[in-house]
Design a protein around this ligand. Sequence first.
Ligand SMILES: Cc1cc2nc3c(=O)[nH]c(=O)nc-3n(C[C@H](O)[C@H](O)[C@H](O)COP(=O)(O)O)c2cc1C
Length: 402
Amino acid sequence: MTVGGSRFATEENSAVPVAAPGEFSELELGQLRVWPPVVLAPMAGITNYPYRSLCRNFGAGLFVSEMITARGYLHGNRMTRLLASSQPGEEPRSVQVYGSDPVDVGEMVASLVDEGVDHIDMNFGCPVAKVTRQGGGSAVPVKPRLLARIVRAAVRSSCDVPITIKVRLGIHDELLTYLDAGRVAEEEGVSAIGLHARTAAALYSGQARWAAITALKQAVGIPVLGNGDIWECWDALRMMRETGCDGVIVGRGSLGRPWLFRELADVFEGVEPSGPPDLGGVVQVALAHADSLAAFFGEAPAMKQMRKWVGWYTKGFRGAAALRADLAQISTLAQLHALLGALPAEEPFPMRALRMGRAKRGGQQRVKLPEGYLDDMSDDTPPRGPRSSEEIEAWERANNGG
Ligand SMILES: Cc1cc2nc3c(=O)[nH]c(=O)nc-3n(C[C@H](O)[C@H](O)[C@H](O)COP(=O)(O)O)c2cc1C
């Protein structure tokens, strides 16, 4: 990635060497081999089939679906099923399961295996109040025996399809759960554990604490996937080198920059990547993304989704500033084409956009847990969760972001 003779990278990454031959290995998840050892983070409202395939077209790795709630999936909710779905050619196919009832989770995993899914991740890191208040997401690892029950149900139904779990550091600094989660994962036959190195209380604020990834790697015998604040391909190499982790999970850094997966593939192969596209190139990618979203969801829902995407694609480009308000209101593909077509194609990619936050704001929260949840952390009773059709539908609507 060179601009005017120097690498297109922020200062902290200007001297990070590309991978040396043999420096890194394939990520081994059960029978599955992943090269480069790069995983697209599950992101609700983001990592649907069109986005996963867009990223995959730039580079290789593992591209995980957004979290799919077991209740909604088993209930046959139309949108849940669509979000869990794939199309021919997506290989390996990876789905993230969200559930805190072992019976549901076991059933869902069995069904996904029947569908031919190649990898299943489980969400034990979600910090959203709606989820933790019911004892789900990052609340589950607080109770290691409950975590073990849920994970065991998944592994038993998996027929050797690799199961991984994804966690945060814990609820807050006084209630760290990730090392217990690592022990449970290993004991229950999980293929790898991913760690977003922030607490649920920290949401997306501050810097991810990569030192905890090192600590987890030293504590467990299964592969560890490091996650948090990989904005440039160089960050992935630094994380692997600093923590000894076996692979990286990349989330927000890819938003509006799916070519990050090409750069990642290059640096893991030991090749200096080419620079990012100029605004004209970005527009082409954004339009291809819009077309595939429209083919998958229908034009109107796709354009509603594109309103957030165009903000990420054009982030930091001065030439897009005047049109941003209009772009945030598009409702047809034709409008999108017209507006993006009016942008100055030759504007170079802005360096300052590389590490700009995307999708989530900073800030801390007080994590909501069910009443009396911390009274008995050895309890393994699954939380109640939504049960009636109405409850499930309401939950799914809120989860899928409409
Ligand atoms: C919009 C958005 C949605 C997310 N949805 C999920 C999800 O469904 N499941 C999950 O495990 N993590 C989810 N996450 C967390 C990411 O997987 C990842 O752990 C987090 O963004 C940190 O990685 P990053 O610094 O590379 O973005 C979400 C993050 C974002 C920004």
